[in-house]
Design a protein around this ligand. Structure first.
Ligand code: HEM
Length: 121
């Protein structure tokens, strides 16, 4: 194909043979937990981002980055913030499985989906 984008699905080869191209998958989880940039990276510590400097570019990217940055980033942040605000303000939460296993995948997935019992204030 002369110039421009290749048709999807992308095939490598000489045009006669269709050979699947090798693909490289980026694992967000390992980027975000790089101990070179984050102290004690596996510790759940939301306060690590408070007051200090912003993480170095492309070291913390839950929504990806660059040209393929998540299109829903600002919407998702607003929804999550509003949801957590309302839950925390009106309820006390109880995590049912505090030692729940997190399965490793491209995105970490808690085995049981982190069930929480909410008690109204
Ligand atoms: C907490 C919620 C979300 C997270 C953590 C998230 C994360 C991501 C990540 C990591 C990517 C891949 C970026 C890359 O390939 O470099 C992505 C892509 C994308 N996301 Fe999200 N996302 C979220 C919510 C949403 C929502 C609510 C929408 C739509 C309303 C959305 C629409 C998209 C689209 C369209 C892409 C593909 C962008 C592209 O390839 O050009 N996302 N997202």
């Amino acid at each position: 194909m002369a110039g421009g984008l290749k048709p999807w699905p992308v095939r490598c080869g000489d045009g006669q043979q269709a050979i699947p191209c090798p693909q490289v998958y980026w694992i967000i989880n390992t980027t975000n937990k790089n101990s070179v940039y984050f102290q004690d990276p596996k510790k759940f510590d939301p306060l690590r981002y408070e007051g200090g400097e912003a993480p170095a570019p492309y070291t913390y990217m839950p929504f990806g980055g660059g040209l393929r940055l998540c299109l829903g980033k600002e919407y998702a942040r607003l929804v999550v913030l509003t949801f957590i605000h309302n839950v925390v303000k009106k309820h006390k939460g109880e995590v049912l499985f505090s030692k729940e296993k997190v399965l490793g995948d491209m995105v970490p997935m808690p085995e049981k989906g982190i069930p929480i019992r909410l008690h109204p204030h």
